[in-house]
Design a protein around this ligand. Structure first.
Ligand SMILES: CC(C)(COP(=O)(O)OP(=O)(O)OC[C@H]1O[C@@H](n2cnc3c(N)ncnc32)[C@H](O)[C@@H]1OP(=O)(O)O)[C@@H](O)C(=O)NCCC(=O)NCCS
Length: 200
């Protein structure tokens, strides 16, 4: 079949494989862009789906099943309208597959000014550079807000995300208990004393 197609090539016609190459590049090059209010539903969809795959076995199944896209859509709508919060999405083709947000430090770690609030990539889109691209975008957003450093909190047992932050040069700061639903878990923080230290 491939040989038959290649015989049909002519100098004036597009090569049969050019669309495949375009699709290939679309699927591996991550482009993060600032999110708009119209992205709230897509962000909520990624948020709920990603929580269910990331925290399966860490949080209870009942809790994960109870997560509501509608409620998260409302929450994200508010964040998107908040001038102190920067939200970015990454797409594969035309579909939002990842998002991240950041702003002024809000978890009480006062030796840091900036915070990466959230970063979630759909399981099937992980490992393609979306995480890296989104951290770069949030870091640029923090600079716009005149925040010079960045901290992030992550569940202690979320080893995959911890390795990602370590890969980006994050330095372990400390741990503390956190309540999610009715579960009391442990979370740890990673920090970058300067945004220039982020290896994204
Ligand atoms: C953690 C997460 C954001 C990383 O995003 P990603 O798109 O998968 O990561 P990238 O493809 O951008 O990878 C960036 C770098 O980190 C490395 N990396 C990513 N995950 C890693 C892991 N588990 N272990 C080691 N290195 C890892 C990659 O190898 C890559 O480095 P390289 O370019 O030198 O090879 C993503 O996997 C995710 O959303 N996970 C589930 C949700 C979650 O845990 N969010 C964090 C909550 S605090």
């Amino acid at each position: 079949m491939a040989a038959a197609l290649s015989l049909e090539c002519s100098a004036r016609e597009p090569r049969p494989w050019s669309n495949e190459i375009a699709l290939y590049f679309e699927s591996v090059v991550s482009v993060a862009r600032p999110a708009g209010i119209e992205d709230a539903a897509a962000i909520a969809r990624v948020h709920v789906a990603s929580w269910r795959t990331t925290y399966r076995g860490i949080l209870s199944d009942d809790f994960l099943e109870s997560l509501s896209e509608k409620r998260y859509e409302e929450r994200w709508r508010r964040s998107l309208l908040d001038e102190g919060t920067r939200v970015y999405v990454a797409e594969d083709g035309r579909e939002v597959v990842a998002f991240a947000s950041g702003g002024r430090e809000r978890a009480g770690e006062h030796s840091f000014a900036g915070e990466l609030y959230a970063i979630y990539v759909l399981e099937e889109a992980q490992g393609r550079g979306h995480g890296r691209g989104l951290v770069r975008a949030v870091s640029a957003g923090l600079r716009e807000l005149d925040l010079a450093d960045m901290i992030v909190w992550v569940l202690r047992d979320n080893t995959r995300a911890r390795r990602f932050y370590e890969r980006l040069g994050g330095i372990y700061i400390r741990s503390q208990p956190v309540t999610i639903g009715t579960a009391v878990l442990e979370e740890v923080s990673y920090g970058w004393r300067s945004l220039d230290d982020i290896q994204a």
